[in-house]
Write a protein that binds this ligand. Structure first.
Ligand code: UD1
Length: 417
């Protein structure tokens, strides 16, 4: 089994170019199912989750090719309306394919994604909304059999929580529906806007993405599109935290600063100096990080839950105590037990974690519990005295392209073997 070893204590220093956003490219790949032509997607990161999405497309009958970070998808001739169970299990967000497959093929057959490392991940909001759009869904023994004989019909949908995945599924199902779909209480994440931009480039009529209310005027005939995926704001947050914890300095190239506002605000409170240019964000870390009294994870534009774990690791060596309140996923704090192996002092109670900053961490043998938890271990290892061995790194491969190469270029003593 592959692992990463890090000899901590080196200041990170330099510049890196961000990759395309994992959470954008997955729904965009799902959206290609709706387009009867050859779509070209640039800035497509090389990640295991993206490979899983490509395997789903190929199973459906699409022809997919990759050249560096450009992926070409030909969905001209689809034969299948199923997603095999192993692919649903490999990537639980494959549920975002449901709306697109059902809209294109009139039916879809897949297993329910069930629980995941972040706790139960219900899809009730997805299913209720798709049902309101006319999809007949039967769920038996964990299998979803879905059919819409007369196609999707636009309607008003009220989401009780701004679920990212449910908003994407509704957009994918509504974009070619008869009539207009309005999503009230939609998710406002930048990845939603990126999906809408991709589809609008394919002839769709989606208005208001990035706000609470999204209006989708059904357009029966879409065409293929070319699109460049937005930069990954969570990858950005991870490198900022990794640099800050080592007392270093970094410039992120190809960033969209507006997407990083809540993360930059926390880093400023922690004593980091941040500066932005049009497509760049730079950070200079203080000699010792300061405490951040409270961080509450919230739907966008609040502090993103995905950035919580790396910043928690960073604050474990801050001067004073910080507090995290996790409002999105109940199992986010599973990584805390691993962070304690470095000597971090973190106390959890339900959705609250208190981090009592310590002067130093020491290298440890640890394992990733989930993708962003894995990123937290890397952050801790970079500042820890001595050697750290990180196992179960397949979690990191889901979301970080060229992680060891990037950190090594910034000066970290890191190796993958
Ligand atoms: C997406 C992101 C993930 C990010 C999350 C929140 C992708 C591939 N993943 O996940 O990285 O952490 O947004 O920003 O884009 N919920 C329900 N019922 C539903 C759907 C969701 O109760 O039908 C709950 C979830 O259990 C969770 C909360 O709503 O507690 C947020 O989930 P959601 O916004 O849907 O996140 P994902 O789309 O799964």
């Amino acid at each position: 089994m592959a692992k990463i070893t890090i000899n901590g204590g080196k200041k990170l220093n330099g510049a890196i170019k961000l990759h395309g956003a994992k959470n954008s490219v997955l729904p965009i790949l799902a959206a290609t199912v709706l387009l009867p032509g050859i779509s070209v997607i640039h800035n497509c990161p090389e990640l295991s989750d993206v490979e899983a999405a490509v395997r789903i497309l190929e199973h459906l009958g699409a022809k997919v090719t990759r050249e560096n970070n450009t992926v070409t998808v030909d969905c001209g001739d689809l034969k299948n309306h199923t997603i095999p169970d192993d692919l649903m299990r490999e990537m639980r967000s494959s549920i975002v394919f449901l709306g697109a497959i059902a809209a294109r093929m009139g039916k879809a057959f897949l297993s329910s994604p069930g629980g995941c490392e972040l706790g139960p991940r219900p899809i009730d909001l997805h299913l209720t909304a798709l049902n309101e759009l006319g999809l007949n869904i039967e769920e038996e023994h964990g299998i979803l059999s879905c059919e819409c004989c007369d196609g999707m019909k636009g309607t008003d949908i009220h989401l009780s929580f701004p679920s990212v995945g449910a908003t994407e599924n509704i957009i994918l199902a509504g974009v070619t529906a008869k009539g207009t779909t309005v999503i009230h209480g939609a998710a406002k994440e930048p990845e939603i806007s990126d999906l809408a931009d991709f589809l609008n480039g394919a002839g769709a009529n989606i208005q208001g993405a990035g706000s609470d209310n999204i209006v989708i005027i059904g357009t029966p005939c879409l065409h293929a599109a070319e699109h460049t995926v937005i930069p990954d704001r969570i990858e950005a947050a991870t490198y900022l935290a990794a640099t800050a914890v080592t007392g270093g300095r970094i410039t992120l190239l190809g960033a969209i600063p507006a997407h990083l506002t809540p993360v930059m605000s926390v880093l400023k409170t922690a004593g980091c100096e941040l500066s932005v240019k049009q497509n760049e964000v730079s950070l200079i870390a203080p000699v010792r990080l300061k405490r951040v009294p409270v961080i509450r994870t919230m739907p966008h534009p609040g502090f993103p839950t995905d950035a919580g774990s790396p910043l928690m690791a960073m604050l474990s060596v801050a001067d004073g105590s910080s507090m995290f309140v996790e409002n999105i996923f109940e199992n986010r704090f599973r990584i805390v037990d691993e962070l304690k192996r470095f000597g971090a002092k973190i106390y959890t109670n339900g959705r609250v974690a208190v981090i009592e900053g310590v002067k130093s961490l020491s290298g440890a043998s640890v394992e990733c519990t989930d993708l962003r938890g894995g990123a937290a271990l890397v952050v801790a290892a970079l500042v820890a005295n001595g050697t750290t061995e990180i196992n179960k790194i397949h979690h990191l491969d889901r979301g970080y392209e060229r992680l060891t190469e990037n950190l090594s270029a910034l000066g970290a003593l890191i190796e993958r073997c």
